[in-house]
Design a protein around this ligand. Structure first.
Ligand SMILES: Cc1ncc(COP(=O)(O)O)c(C=O)c1O
Length: 366
């Protein structure tokens, strides 16, 4: 049997008629940049998350860059974030000339350890970027309390966590700005790249809108330097069709997670821990295992898709060598990088496929 890590064709086939119609409508309108479809989608996302504003952007990476720009992060500033994340979180900080200051993660959730943040705050610190990794919110209360105490901004990297909840409230509505990605593998995935920034601040909303359009307001009058960070109307149209299905899809992922949790209980496979305060959307289902690399090879041979998120924490990336970190600086993240393995969790997985994945893994450890 073959079980890919993700099967986007299965999703497409389930909504093909509506999706094709919406895309064709944009083509027929010939309004590809900004316009009503983008605005409708922005309103729909703001409503879905219960945020005041949402600004459509070209990617989750650009959402982070523009969020930092909107908060006036400059060369020499320091921004605290987790060392265990997708590169874009740290890369965006460095691209603006600021210094990424890394913090280790909690062993159980893989999210930034709030108890280790305060020691990293210096007079140069301007912001904290918690990442809601794999679809589970970071522990926001202590992070927000620290930010308040030290006068820091909070940008939530919610690229993997659209619709995830912390104490009943959607991720990306706690900090000054939240960022989302619509990369095709996300729970709400586009037909290419796309992203969004959310905020409850009128001032930041206006600034984000200006910045995504070269800082212009009105057209051709540039108060600040921005860039082209816009979301295409074609992407917005496709995403707008998918949004009403998002909760159903995330629930299907949670069901799949429950199946794996049960299947692996009592085995050597350590299943993800979701805190009682959290509702995860399981963008990834990452288990912790011994002999991880041998398991990956075995799964490949048996036709089961798997992936390592992430093999190298940020502090050990070659491009960040100038920060002077070495092995052993963030041991929990380093341990995770050597032991995690993502399994197929996408909503359309059949019962037989799930059973095959679980049985294959359990047979490896027999
Ligand atoms: C945690 C995190 N941040 C940022 C990004 C960047 O998003 P994008 O690929 O849309 O640029 C991703 C995408 O994978 C991500 O997982």
């Amino acid at each position: 049997m073959k079980v890919p890590l993700l099967d986007l064709k299965a999703q497409y086939n389930s909504i093909k008629t509506d999706l094709d119609r919406a895309l064709l409508a944009v083509v027929e309108s010939q309004v590809f940049i900004n316009g009503p479809v983008v605005e409708e989608f922005e309103r729909a996302i703001a409503q879905y998350l219960n945020a005041k504003y949402a600004v459509g952007l070209s990617s989750g990476t650009d959402a982070l860059v523009i969020a930092l720009m909107a908060l006036d992060i400059k060369p020499g500033d320091e921004v605290i974030t987790t060392t265990y994340t997708f590169f874009a979180t740290a890369g965006s900080i460095a691209r603006l000339g600021a210094k990424p200051v890394f913090v280790d993660i909690c062993h159980d959730t893989f999210n930034i350890d709030p108890t280790q943040i305060e020691a990293k705050i210096s007079p140069k610190t301007k912001a904290i970027i918690p990442v809601h990794l794999f679809g589970q919110p970071a522990d926001m209360d202590p992070i927000l309390a620290l930010a308040k105490k030290h006068g820091l901004a909070v940008i939530e990297d919610g690229a993997q966590a659209i619709g995830a909840k912390y104490k009943g409230q959607c991720a990306c509505t706690f900090g000054q700005i939240g960022t989302l990605s619509f990369f095709p593998s996300k729970n709400l995935g586009g037909l290419g790249d796309g992203g969004m920034a959310t905020t409850n601040s009128d001032e930041l909303y206006n600034k984000l809108k200006m910045l995504r359009n070269h800082g212009a307001h009105p057209k051709y009058y540039h108060k600040i330097i921005g860039g082209n960070f816009r979301l295409d109307a074609l992407q917005a149209a496709g995403l707008k069709v998918k949004l009403p299905y998002l909760d159903r899809w995330s629930e299907a992922r949670r069901n799949n997670a429950r199946f794996y949790d049960r299947a692996f209980s009592g085995s050597l496979v350590v299943t993800p821990v979701i805190h009682a305060s959290n509702t995860s959307i399981y963008n990834q289902y990452c288990v912790r295992v011994e002999k991880r690399d041998e398991l990956l090879a075995f799964l490949k041979e048996k036709g089961v898709g798997s992936e390592v998120y992430y093999p190298v924490p940020m502090h050990l990336q070659e491009c960040f060598a100038y920060l002077g970190h070495g092995k052993g600086d963030f041991p929990i993240a380093e341990e995770a990088a050597d032991h995690t393995c993502a399994l197929p969790i996408y909503p359309e997985l059949s019962q037989e496929q799930k059973e095959y994945v679980a049985a294959t893994i359990l047979s490896f450890y027999k």
